[in-house]
Design a protein around this ligand. Sequence first.
Ligand SMILES: [Zn+2]
Length: 417
Amino acid sequence: MSYSVRGEEPVVIEAFKVGALPEGSYDHLLEFLRLYRDALQMIVDRVWSINDKLSKKKLHKLFYNNLVSMGFRAHHAKEIYMYAKSLVDSAKSNGGRKPVLRKLSARVDRYDYKLDLDNMTLTLKLHNGCEARLKLVSSKERVEKFKGWGNYELVVKYDGSGFWVSIYFKRIVKVVKPRTAMSIDLNFDNITIAVFNFNGKLLKLKRFKTPHRKILTHRIWVERIQKRYPRSWRFIKSVKKAIDRHGERIRSISWDYAHKVGDLVAELALKHHSVIVLEDLEKLRENGKKGKRFNKRLGLWFYRRTQFCVEYEAKERNLKVVKINPRGTSSKCPRCGKKLAEYEHRVLRCRKCNFIGDRDAIAVINLYKKFISKYPRCGVPGVAPNAPKPNENPSGMQGKRDDAMKNTPTYINLYKS
Ligand SMILES: [Zn+2]
């Protein structure tokens, strides 16, 4: 999947790869793929030897008639010379050798196929007026999401035993105009989610446990085994198997979790019309310290994976996602900006203004504040004139962790006091 921005509207592009069974004989299809490969090679050879920059117009002039006389349709010809040029360009810019094409694979323009997702059939227009009908082998569920998307190009392949088709689907993302901001803090034990309106009022605060401790247990097992068999572990079958088993568990736990969180977060954001505010993990690395909340043994991959799923699910629902440099968000006072000091377990206190708060809640408040100061046009910058006065001494945040979450002040003072 990829996102690209064309003009103002972001576009989501996703390839749908699926097995395809020819209905009836597939001689024509194989013949087409061979002809396509040979024609592509021929053009690659010609373009390779021409050292001038070739415009689209020039390519057309040089190769179009030739290709059409071989039996290709107009758009086949265009795909072939454009693809040949891109192959040569990328080989030359990498200092590589002239590309040699062995695989049977063809790019087909949208004008040269008919796709029927209801009946799961694909009709390809081939050379010399031939056609091939293919049955797409996939579950209805996998296809369902692409209905209503635009499809613009596909690649058909033969791998020696069967045919594969990758269809490229495209959808314009119409971004939902945000009415609230949802900031998300990821740390070792928890994911904390806070929804604010643009006046700084806290509408919702939620916390989920992460499976990090579980993952870490598997990680520790792997390390123990590796320590017991230094270097040679790769070559001992049973040892390698044990390590793979733990790796498999880590993968499935983390993906399961990331998908669930992504879905949950995006649903909540949709309900509140939120712009989703995430920490920019790249900036985190730049900042030097990963901070205590990111366990070194686990690295950043888990956080990245979770963010990826959140972003993916958000884009599926046309929600906006913004990334903010997390520097200072977990250590500075949300009220006056001074460095906070440890007060109790996971509770921090500001020595200057006496603010006391739960570590996770502080992080989401600060993230929200940073977002508002960076994107003031998203809402009303600062506190609205008629907003109630913020709680001057939110001492209710002391005590047990989840009491602290419940008692977080519902208004956050965006100005220094
Ligand atoms: Zn303070």
